[in-house]
Write a protein that binds this ligand. Sequence first.
Ligand SMILES: [Zn+2]
Length: 60
Amino acid sequence: MVPVQRKTRSQSKMGRSHKNAKVTASVRCPNCGSAKLPHSACAECGYVRPGLRLNLTKED
Ligand SMILES: [Zn+2]
């Protein structure tokens, strides 16, 4: 396949824009204080929201 028209520098860079995207959003767990992703359970203690807490058990 041969492209009909060469992409401009701007178009090439815009196409690659998602490759350097990082997840920067994080919140402190109100239960244990460690960093966790918003709207997800805490990896340390399993806290989700008041009244809901996951039971974390190691499955090794
Ligand atoms: Zn926690």
